[in-house]
Design a protein. Structure first.
Length: 676
């Protein structure tokens, strides 16, 4: 293996490592790396030609792009930027093209165009897979791999130019100096740009969002910080696009995405510590009726025996949010980095399957700890005193948490809904909303309700998610579109536990809109087709993940004497069959050659006999011809008849006498002079 091929293999290994670490999917990069390593061992007859390479590239590209489109239904591009799933698909495709180049050139020297194309594709791969979700990305690992990648690029070009530089010592030294200098400048620029992007990432995202306008889907609606326009922007970005599909007997209603515990004007924040969740090793027996191929996680074991099951299918990317109702007690999901915050919101670093099983039980009536109550009644120190005064005025006659909640809800009865709220630049948005009562959208109503309840001493939190009310009657499932994104308040009633408090006027809540039968049918076909494809993909992925276990178990079983003897017997039979087949092929090859020799000798004999005036007719067999010429004997008749009969014994006997060819050639009679 020469230096260029070693550098090529190292480049592919770095790309595979980066792809595996960033996408948390290991089967594809491992398969590509294995193909690259085994490329020199590829039999020549299996190396695809140009037409086969183009066909395979088109097929693989179509499969990857189709899978990406199914995984992220919000579209393939936002403005001129590919979305996460689409970028990963492009990265995988460019990696596949490199593997095809390596295989095709494994037994020959690549052309200069191919030499330059391979690192270009490698750079495209690293660029595409760098477009990852902002949730728990191993940035340091990617930086390290990127730096190593840049060094390998320089080593690759240096190894490619080494042969052409032989005999030109000064040019060779100068080229190395230029390569090292260029690599140093490139690394410095890369490190500086990477640090700047990481430091100013949020500002860049905001600028890109402004540049893209409403065509750029909001992926920041379910993150740890939320302004009072996040849901409005999500509804405005492709409002008719489906975000969730839910299989449930009852209307799902409020599906929580994230709950905020801290108000820091002008935004809400999640500040509570998250606890990592581990799959339940032995779920309660009462869950036996709810089979799931995914591990179960306990949200709160309330001892329920009556459940409301839901299967939630995510469409698109919601930054690791696992949507579920307020009363969820158990959740089954195939994800990595599953964690839960104090508000019972479950999130994951990487969601490997689009669906989640949720079981809702009894209302959550667990008493709040002192720290939790203090956190959920806390307001900013510089809160406008008019808000506190308003809350105390509204709840002055209330004697319980439930009455305080009802009083605050009643306050918003006179409000109107509008997405076009205009707030003076000098005013605090929430204070202006509560004091001046302008028409506003759901986020203002949810934030106002939460702040007023906290000021009145009722623990409350600001929640965003989807209000699911539409049902596909043909498909038998519920669904939420982007326009169904909603914000509401959850308050803790000392008597009844946690309850949903939605002060948004009915005109501002997601409503049921009758879809046409054809639209319902088409969406149902897409949904169930996607489920079949997802089930097939998941089964294949699980089989790949469990393959090492299967191999280990098989190795342990094969180590027993019984299996060793059996394998030796099978190997002996296979070896015998292979040898028999090889010998048979050799005999057939010799027979084919002998047939040609026999035919050639017979033609020579017929021509010589014809010159002597004895022509064999086309309809005559050799035996008939011999009998005819015996009736007209000549001095050469006996020799001619003997040769023909020897030919028939060798050619048409029970076994083809291959060795008879030489005998017939030696005994071939000499040419007789033509009769006068």
């Amino acid at each position: 293996m020469n230096a260029r091929r070693m550098a090529t293999l190292a480049l592919i290994a770095v790309q595979c490592a980066a792809m595996a670490s960033l996408t948390k999917s290991y089967s594809y990069p491992l398969a590509m790396l294995a193909l690259a390593v085994l490329a020199p061992l590829t039999p020549k007859r299996l190396i695809p030609d140009g037409r086969a390479t183009a066909f395979l590239s088109v097929v693989v590209g179509a499969i990857l792009l189709t899978y990406a489109q199914r995984a992220e239904q919000q579209g393939g591009f936002t403005m001129w930027f590919p979305t996460y799933a689409m970028a990963v698909a492009f990265g995988r495709f460019f990696l596949f093209l490199q593997i095809m180049i390596v295989i095709r050139n494994s037994r020959q020297t690549p052309s200069p165009v191919i030499v330059a194309l391979l690192p270009f594709l490698a750079i495209l791969v690293m660029t595409c897979i760098g477009n990852v979700s902002s949730l728990s990305v191993p940035v340091d690992m990617f930086r390290l791999l990127s730096l190593f990648f840049a060094v390998l690029i320089a080593a690759y070009f240096a190894s490619s130019l080494r042969d052409s530089a032989q005999g030109k010592t000064r040019a060779h030294v100068l080229r190395w100096a230029l390569n090292i200098g260029f690599m140093g400048v490139a690394l410095s620029v890369a490190i500086s740009v990477s640090a700047a992007v990481q430091h100013y990432g949020n500002e860049l995202d905001r600028l890109l969002g402004i540049a893209a306008g409403s065509s750029m889907p909001s992926t920041t609606a379910f993150t740890a910080r939320a302004r009072l326009d996040s849901m409005t922007r999500l509804r405005g970005s492709g409002g008719t696009k489906i975000a969730l599909r839910i299989v449930s007997d009852d209307p799902p209603g409020y599906m929580r995405g994230i709950a905020y515990d801290t108000y820091a004007p002008p935004e809400w924040r999640v500040t509570g510590e998250v606890d990592a969740l581990s799959p339940a090793t032995s779920p309660p027996a009462r869950l036996k009726d709810f089979t799931s191929s995914e591990p179960w996680y306990s949200i709160r074991d309330d001892g329920s025996t009556t459940w409301k099951p839901q299967v939630v299918w995510r469409v698109g990317r919601q930054e690791g949010a696992l949507f579920a109702p307020l009363d969820t007690a158990w959740m089954a999901t195939r994800s990595t980095g599953v964690a839960m915050d104090p508000q019972s919101i479950v999130r994951a670093e990487t969601i490997l399957a689009e669906f989640t099983n949720a079981l809702s039980g009894k209302p959550d009536t667990r008493p709040l700890s002192v720290e939790m109550r203090e956190s959920l009644t806390k307001l900013p120190d510089d809160i406008d005193p008019r808000i506190t005064a308003l809350a105390l005025q509204l709840t002055r006659d209330a004697n319980s948490d439930g009455e305080k909640i009802a009083a605050v809800l009643h306050y918003f009865h006179d409000y109107r809904y509008s997405t076009d709220i205009r707030i003076p630049a000098a005013d605090d948005p929430l204070v202006y909303f509560l004091m001046e009562k302008p028409p506003a959208h759901c986020e203002f109503f949810a934030a106002g309700t939460t702040v007023l309840l906290r000021a009145a001493g009722v623990p409350a939190r600001y929640v965003v998610g989807f209000l699911v009310t539409e049902r596909n009657a043909l498909g038998g499932y519920w669904y939420a579109r982007n326009r169904d994104a909603h914000a509401w308040c959850e308050a803790f009633d000392s008597e009844h536990g946690w309850t949903t408090v939605d002060a948004t006027p009915p005109s501002g809540r997601p409503s049921v809109e009758a879809a046409s039968p054809m639209a319902s049918l088409w969406d149902g076909l897409k949904f169930y087709g996607g489920r079949v494809l997802a089930a097939t993909t998941d089964a294949l992925q699980k089989a790949i993940d469990r393959f090492p276990q299967y191999m280990q178990a098989a190795a342990a079983r094969l180590a027993s004497p019984r299996w060793i003897i059996s394998l030796l017997a099978v190997a002996l039979v296979l070896a015998s069959a292979i040898l028999h087949r090889r010998n048979r092929r050799r005999r057939m090859a010799r027979a084919r050659d002998a047939f040609a020799e026999f035919h050639c000798l017979l033609g020579m004999m017929d021509r010589r006999v014809a010159k002597a005036g004895l022509r064999r007719e086309a309809h005559e067999t050799l035996e008939q011809f011999c009998a005819r010429i015996l009736n007209s004997p000549t001095p050469d008749t006996a020799a001619i008849v003997a040769w023909y009969r020897a030919y028939m014994r060798a050619r048409y006997g029970p076994d083809l006498a291959v060795d008879g060819v030489e005998t017939l050639r030696r005994t071939l009679p000499a040419e007789s002079p033509a009769p006068q």
